[in-house]
Design a protein around this ligand. Structure first.
Ligand SMILES: Nc1ncnc2c1ncn2[C@@H]1O[C@H](COP(=O)(O)OP(=O)(O)OP(=O)(O)O)[C@@H](O)[C@H]1O
Length: 387
């Protein structure tokens, strides 16, 4: 997987790739990745998003000197959304083509072979990479969400999916944060997924003041929750959210772009239980966690820090009874709205290790993991639940 995408980025393609699966696996070779991306029956999907070239990149890329990157024919790649292809050409090939004969786009594309080999009489002119979907720089955030994550969220909300993963991969400054988090005016995949999930669960959620019947444990299990434990869990969410002031200024814009109600809706303590009232067949609670992997150590990004304990605790990985790996001790907090869940995501992002790199003033220095867990209680006398 890495090799194939890196080939493209080497050719100055600025893109991030996302993988969505309900059984996560990492292919070991480019050939395997190609198979995964194209086989219709495979549950892993690989998408490529190309972001716009910035004026700075146009100026600073020596390999691209003389090329007009703002023109589709002046670039060393072509994103073909209709076919799910990315055709990459080396800058030197492009320069010599433009200088000598002018660029013949159709000839270049035709020369690309399906297995990524070159054409043009044995000369390696271009490579074609195949993805489950390709989104060029004109793709907006809503279109990207609708074409990638929306179906997984629907399946999760309807109980057709037990687990899914969105894995976002790309070189520094390729647009990972923009794609997953987005901006207040243009929210990315995560806030859209949360808003969509809560809209779909409308009427099925345990209210903030009602007792949650179960809590998630390990990777894929749930355990009954005693009333005082439920109260403590809800109080912890409120305590963590109360530290949110640092990011609060932008919340109005996020809410407006996502059409979220403001402030977050919380069911009153005496709200009718929708299951008991026969309105829905199941009752759900949503829990989120936020971790980072920094220098190969896992930390809880929602852990409160104090003067006495100014550093985050290093957490350990464990395997549960099914062999699934989880982070022991990672806070998993109940949330009653998309607004609450996204505020926790923003707080986690705020706490992540950041540094400026040559290419990105706000570069993430760690890998962040945001988990959304849905616990569904089918009926109370003999409860069944799914995550
Ligand atoms: N599709 C897009 N449309 C417009 N601007 C974008 C797009 N993708 C990324 N950008 C802009 O490009 C810059 C770098 O993007 P971003 O910070 O998301 O990269 P990153 O992959 O998260 O970087 P790092 O790994 O260093 O944290 C940002 O200024 C961002 O706003």
């Amino acid at each position: 997987m890495d090799t194939s995408i890196d080939d493209a980025t080497d050719a100055a393609t600025l893109a991030s790739a996302s993988i969505l699966s309900d059984s996560f696996m990492v292919p070991q070779s480019p050939a395997l990745m190609k198979l995964s991306a194209t086989a219709p029956s495979n549950r892993m999907k690989v998408y490529l998003r190309v972001r716009p070239v910035t004026p700075n990149e146009q100026l600073s890329c020596t390999a691209c000197a003389g090329l007009d990157l703002s023109s589709p024919t002046g670039r060393c790649f072509t994103a073909d959304s209709a076919n799910g292809w990315l055709v990459a050409r080396s800058p030197s090939t492009l320069q010599s083509q433009q200088a000598n004969t002018g660029l013949d786009e159709s000839k270049l594309s035709n020369s690309a072979s399906a297995n990524g080999g070159g054409g043009g009489g044995g000369e390696r002119v271009s490579n074609r990479f195949t993805f489950s979907g390709v989104f060029d720089e004109t793709a907006d955030q809503q279109g990207l969400y609708a074409g990638t994550v929306a179906e997984t969220v629907r399946q999760l909300a309807e109980g057709d999916l037990s687990s899914g993963l969105l894995f976002n991969y790309g070189v520094t400054s390729s647009g990972k944060t923009f794609t997953v988090q987005g901006t207040p005016q243009s929210p990315g995949l995560l806030p859209r997924a949360l808003a969509d999930l809560f809209r779909r669960l409308d009427g099925q959620l345990s209210g903030a003041e009602q007792l949650l019947p179960f809590r998630p444990v390990s990777f894929s299990e749930a355990a009954p929750l005693a009333p005082d434990e439920a109260r403590a869990a809800l109080a912890e969410t409120r305590a963590v959210l109360s530290r949110f002031d640092a990011c609060d200024a932008q919340l109005g814009d996020w809410r407006a772009a996502l059409q979220l109600p403001s402030p977050s809706p919380q069911l009153p303590a005496d709200a009718a239980d929708p299951v008991a009232a026969g309105k829905v067949g199941s009752r759900c609670s949503v829990w989120v966690s936020c971790a980072e992997i920094y220098n190969e150590i896992v930390y809880d990004l929602l852990e409160p820090l104090s003067r006495r304990a100014p550093r985050r605790t290093a957490l350990e990985l464990r395997a549960d009874r099914t062999g699934s790996v989880y982070v022991k001790g990672l806070r998993c907090l109940p949330v009653s709205s998309a607004d609450e869940a996204f505020r926790l995501a923003l707080l986690g992002k705020h706490n992540q290790h950041l540094a400026a790199t040559k290419l990105n003033q706000q570069s993430s220095r760690s890998h962040a993991l945001f988990s959304i867990r849905l616990v569904r209680c089918a009926d109370r006398p003999s409860p069944r639940f799914s995550q």
